[in-house]
Design a protein around this ligand. Structure first.
Ligand SMILES: *Cc1c(COP(=O)(O)O)cnc(C)c1O
Length: 385
């Protein structure tokens, strides 16, 4: 590795993510801590869930401890289990995939589109076997899957369609929000995400029967309304606390401002990065409105630099970043699952982004001057400054 002496250095570390918290969030959390007990203990959850469902265009939303739980519940409620396969993108955060193993099913990796970084419908179609039960599409970094194509494939083969919208709150496709495209969808409110509750998540669905199943499964197998501890099966406990729900409700009240800010931050980056040679950034094809959870750059191979070296060069200049998610077959976690990769080409189309992509600081603390500095630091780190 070449030792690069930093030229331009940010005066203090610019973090890769930061939430936007106001007095309103603090006030509602305080109110929840003081009042949301006894018969009122679920009041803030209900308000948060209702507002969330209205926003994403589903009949129901269910607050849960994290998106991982939402995906686990979705698979369990759909009856996915041992002997079944679930098609997942070959490049995503492991939380999109791990719940497939929780229910005893097998993940099967399908390649992603090199520009949108989301599932390639043709690759999905090619990975279907008699054991396939579901497809999990991931709206990566705020990008949108080709949901109409995935829906057509799912319907043709009788498969369930799950939308991992953890990174895409506020994105739209053909005017319809992320989260309304799957039979069931999952959102994350982890502290780095577009809307935060610290840890937290939401399951959204318009299917009444699926909702009833989810509500039983997330409450230790109690039929809805059970007050006598008469569990009908062994299940899970996946609920969100009132204080977290109050925080989420306050964020939901400000959702339009949050999304506008995310798009403004990306706009400042786009103005500067568009002029840089050999750099690809987040796609926004016609019909898509991307909420740009994380601004992402993928330098061309000609730059001769991988994501970890670029991160190190940025860090040496006081700019924090994150690596693009890896091709899952590269992770030790999946070393024991070679069958998961049997439909992947030797060099997946997702590899360029996965090997060279880096997420730049995208938090709500970013202003135009900071974005400008990060872009100059990036150019310097790549030696194109
Ligand atoms: C963050 C994330 C998750 C998991 O969210 P948690 O709330 O941490 O469980 C799932 N999928 C994707 C694509 C994510 O980015």
């Amino acid at each position: 590795m070449t030792v690069h002496s930093p030229g331009l250095v940010a005066p203090e570390l610019i973090p890769v993510a930061a939430p936007w918290i106001t007095e309103r969030e603090g006030d509602l959390c305080r109110e929840a801590a003081l009042t949301a007990w006894g018969p009122d203990h679920y009041r803030f959850n209900r308000l948060f869930e209702q507002r969330f469902a209205d926003y994403v265009g589903t009949r129901h939303a269910v607050s849960v401890p994290h998106a991982t739980a939402a995906l686990h519940l979705a698979l369990a409620a759909l009856g996915v289990g041992p002997g079944h396969e679930v098609i997942v993108p070959a490049v995503t955060w492991i939380a999109s995939v791990a719940p497939v193993s929780y229910v005893g099913a097998e993940p099967v990796f399908a390649d992603i589109d090199p520009d949108t970084w989301c599932l390639d419908p043709a690759a999905v179609e090619a990975a279907i076997t008699p054991a396939t039960r579901a497809i999990i599409g991931v709206d990566l970094y705020g990008s949108m899957c080709d949901w109409p194509a995935l829906r057509a494939i799912a319907d043709r083969h009788g498969l369930a369609l799950i939308e991992d919208a953890a990174e895409a709150l506020g994105s739209r496709l053909d005017g319809r929000p992320a989260g309304c495209w799957g039979d069931v969808s999952a959102f994350s409110f982890h502290g780095s995400k577009t809307l935060v509750t610290g840890e937290g998540g939401m399951l959204a669905t318009s299917d009444d029967r699926l909702l009833a199943r989810v509500n039983t499964l997330r409450d230790h197998g109690r039929p809805p309304g059970d007050r006598f501890f008469q569990n009908t099966e062994i299940a899970f406990k996946y609920k969100m606390s009132a204080v977290q729900a109050a925080l989420g409700l306050a964020q939901m009240e400000r959702i339009d401002a949050l999304i506008a800010r995310k798009r403004a931050i990306f706009g400042w980056y786009r103005e500067r990065l568009a002029g840089m040679n050999g750099i690809a950034i987040n796609a926004e094809p016609p019909g898509v409105e991307n909420s740009f959870w994380m601004v992402t750059v993928v330098p061309d191979a000609a730059h001769g630099i991988d994501k970890f070296e670029l991160m190190a060069r940025l860090r040496a200049r006081n700019v924090d970043s994150r690596p693009f998610f890896s091709v899952l077959t590269d992770l030790e976690a999946f070393a024991g699952k070679p069958a998961a990769a049997r439909f992947l080409p030797a060099v997946p189309k997702g590899r360029a982004a996965a090997d060279r992509g880096v997420n730049l600081p995208s938090g709500y603390n970013m202003d135009e001057a900071k974005v400008d500095l990060v872009c100059r630091v990036l150019a310097d780190a790549l030696g194109i400054g």
